[in-house]
Ligand binder design. Structure first.
Ligand SMILES: Cc1ncccc1N[C@H]1CCCS(=O)(=O)C1
Length: 105
């Protein structure tokens, strides 16, 4: 139910934010410092934006929260080469998240 969902979102987000590979995803990508990003990525998302939405009760349930977290990783895969520092961090973080929410379910 909603209260358990909210507790899970809080735990999962704290673990994402504190993960050693979270760096590239902690703040919104600055389109001024990343050429092409604004054109290529239609729905930017990052962990600080997810934190704000969670704080402002903008997630209806675990599902809508998972959609935003996966958007972070889908954007990363779209823009970054798999064989790059940020690309690899995205794959690592997606695997970590996938495992943790299924463990906590
Ligand atoms: C996730 C991502 N995809 C594409 C380009 C850049 C990023 N992340 C940036 C976030 C701010 C700091 S940084 O500029 O070093 C990296």
């Amino acid at each position: 139910d909603d209260s358990k969902d909210l507790a899970m979102c809080r735990i999962l987000l704290a673990e994402l934010e504190s993960h050693q590979d979270a760096g590239p995803f902690l703040t919104p990508v600055n389109p001024k410092s990343v050429p092409g990003y604004r054109k290529i990525i239609k729905k930017p998302m990052d962990f600080s934006t997810i934190r704000d939405k969670l704080t402002n009760s903008q997630y209806l349930n675990l599902e809508t929260f998972i959609i935003d977290v996966n958007l972070v990783f889908d954007n990363c895969e779209k823009f970054n080469e798999d064989n790059s520092v940020i690309g690899r961090a995205g794959h690592t973080m997606r695997r970590f998240f996938q495992r943790r929410w299924t463990e906590l379910l």
